[in-house]
Design a protein around this ligand. Structure first.
Ligand SMILES: O=C(O)c1cc(=O)[nH]c(=O)n1[C@@H]1O[C@H](COP(=O)(O)O)[C@@H](O)[C@H]1O
Length: 271
């Protein structure tokens, strides 16, 4: 059986639809949930999200920053959250946006991708701004561990374009080269913001998944995502955090609503 990240992700997307749900326990959301801003609050928040969405999302994406705020106690909660997600059958994309050079990058890969690590996820987000080649060790490690990486290409935030536009072609070419020959997807996904008004770069040769955060609070709708990413609809993972997390009583309902809207708009989208 093919146990690669690409095969596992493909199976989840076919089974559950394409939605990725973020776990972003910000101080504002902890407050809205009437939880303490504390490791105990983080843990309660994370467990509640895991219970509500782990079996309906294609992937779940914990945002490491909100756990790192609490130092070792926060990281301990993140470890348990990753374990809970895996026990519940969810694919975990750990959002850490790491990027560094040779042995340092290798240490990050060991922390987040090595099967034996307490923080091992199915995939991590990586930043390519030390050169796409600096990620090579992490990509090799991902393949060896049946894991994946998502490399920032065109992010959802408004200030990103002047820096990223000139180099996005290199990022996409590097990802496509690493994915060549893999089926159904290679190990290297890319991050393309759901808020992008249009695709300026072709994703036709990527042969990898496309993570598109920015649904909801950042302004993108399922219709926008379907319009912009119609050409790669089978590889698209739209991602939402705050718009689903805002109300603890409606987590599952909002997840299913976003998922169903994404499925419907993607199915109807014209290339
Ligand atoms: O890598 C990411 O997930 C990411 C990339 C990007 O371009 N934009 C972006 O918002 N994200 C992350 O996706 C989440 C978005 O959260 P919401 O705006 O609440 O849906 C945050 O954890 C961001 O760090």
């Amino acid at each position: 059986m093919d146990d690669s990240f690409g095969a596992r992700l493909r199976a989840r997307m076919d089974e559950r639809g394409p939605l990725c749900v973020g776990i972003d326990p910000s101080p504002a959301l902890l407050h809205a949930w009437e939880l303490d801003d504390s490791p105990a609050g983080l843990e309660r928040f994370s467990r509640t999200v895991v219970d509500a969405v782990a079996d309906v999302a294609a992937a779940v994406k914990p945002q490491s920053a909100f756990y790192e705020r609490w130092g070792s106690r926060g990281i301990a909660v993140l470890e348990r959250t990753i374990a809970d997600l895996r026990d519940a059958g969810a694919l975990v994309i750990l959002d850490v946006k790491r990027g560094d050079i040779d042995s340092t990058m290798a240490a990050y890969a060991e922390a987040y991708l090595d099967r034996g690590s307490p923080l091992a996820a199915d995939a991590v987000t990586l930043s390519p701004y030390l050169g796409f080649g600096s990620l090579e060790g992490a990509i090799t490690s991902a393949v060896a561990n049946d894991a994946g990486v998502f490399v920032l290409a065109r992010t959802s935030n408004p200030e990103a374009a002047p820096l990223q536009r000139p180099v996005a072609g290199q990022v996409l070419a590097g990802a496509a080269a690493a994915n060549a020959g893999h089926s159904p997807f290679g190990p290297v996904g890319v991050v393309m913001g759901a808020t992008l008004p249009a695709l300026e770069e072709s994703l036709d040769d990527l042969n990898g998944p496309v993570l598109a955060p920015g649904l909801g609070v950042q302004g993108a709708t399922p219709a926008d995502v379907a319009r912009v990413f119609a050409s790669v609809r089978h590889a698209l993972l739209p991602s939402v955090s705050r718009a689903v997390l805002a109300d603890p009583g409606r987590l599952r309902e909002r997840t299913l609503a976003y998922r169903d809207e994404c499925v419907a708009h993607l199915a109807a989208a014209r290339v």
